[in-house]
Write a protein that binds this ligand. Sequence first.
Ligand code: AMP
Length: 444
Amino acid sequence: MSEETIKYETFQNPKGVHDVLPGDHEYHTYIKKVVRHRARQAGFKRITTPVLEYTEVFNRSIGLDSDIVSKEMYTFEDRKGRSLTMKPEGTAGIVRSYIQHGMNQWPQPVLLYYFEPHFRYDRPQKGRYRQFFQFGFEIIGESDPALDAQLIQLAAKIYEDLGIMDVFSIQLNTIGTPECRKKYTQALEDFYVGKERSIPPEFRDLITKNPMRLLDKKDEDLQILAQLAPSMKDYLDKESLEFHEELLSYLDELDIEYVENTKLVRGLDYYSKTVFEFWDKNEGSQNAVGGGGRYDGLIELMGGQPTPAVGFAAGVERTIANMKREKIRVPSKDELHVFVAQLGREAKKKSLPLIEELREAGVKTMGALGKGSINIQLKIADKFDVPYTVLIGLTEVRDGTAIIRDMEKGIQETVNFDDVTKRLVELIGKGNLDKYSPDELLYS
Ligand code: AMP
């Protein structure tokens, strides 16, 4: 062998995607628990659609003119030349699945929730990634403003549970039925035509393609124009107005605060009537944490029977960022209870079944590492911050005992080997054990 060692280049993750390291997983786990709990209380069942769908699923549902479809999709051909896309959002795939599996034969409405990664080729920046997690809910098969109200309430409850609802305001609007929206869109087009000079070039084609999207752009000139533009309110038909008023009355009944925002349109084509977003009170729409709305026409557009529906999706990374900013701590169940240190081959042999016994009893245990002295192993135990260490040396093997050391107090006791688990369970406390419990799964 040559003296020279090869130095390989290291790798970084691709731009815009990131590792979820253990520290953040504690947040993921906690958020998932809260979502699952609230979802179950309201009768939602979990669904996972594949990361990959045929591209047409998104083209048709989200709309070719939307930012997502026109600029942000991860689309590629598979080996047979079929166009596939990594899901940029959850609703389109779920609607595809609803139709494919004949869910219209299930008791209606069908209530589904998800917690999944999504992919958008967006310009990475704070709070905007190319792979991000969303949790979301869909209520498919019923048109009733009481469902819109319950969905908004469910989302608000989750944010209350996570300790950050105070940070958000609920922005609410109705964009009416497709019929009245058509008239409104025409009025907007008439309004914007001739004002091209005040509209940044990259947005000009929206004047004819989708002028409603000009209303919620951050650009200052566009915001001034939006103030002067015709208001959706004047174009709403009776059906949309009544639906919206009923929704407002339910939200009032539920004591849910909201801000009526006639400029809120949401970026996707498939919405109708109710649209809403959860905005940071300080940052406005910049870092919305979640949003949703009614999509009564989508199932038919995707080839199913006409079926009303309403949904909501929230970003997990932005939720975590808000929790961290508000100094919300999540319970960590990852900390170890016990480190088992041993000296010599015989001691190591005895320690392996002991570690197994401790783990079975719900004591989070690590050990039987290496061949270092007891002191070196105690240092390792210190680094892992365990409250207790079990020491098994030559004397203990001979006597059939073990030493239990309280790492904080620095005191230790010798116990019979067979009593180690019992004694540690006493010291740690039954309530702190990590045991699989159907009760916990159901109620925590
Ligand atoms: P949308 O349906 O696009 O409004 O997305 C719903 C929520 O998902 C947003 O409010 C964000 O919290 C989150 N989200 C959307 N796109 C991204 C992204 N590129 N990176 C991180 N979070 C995102």
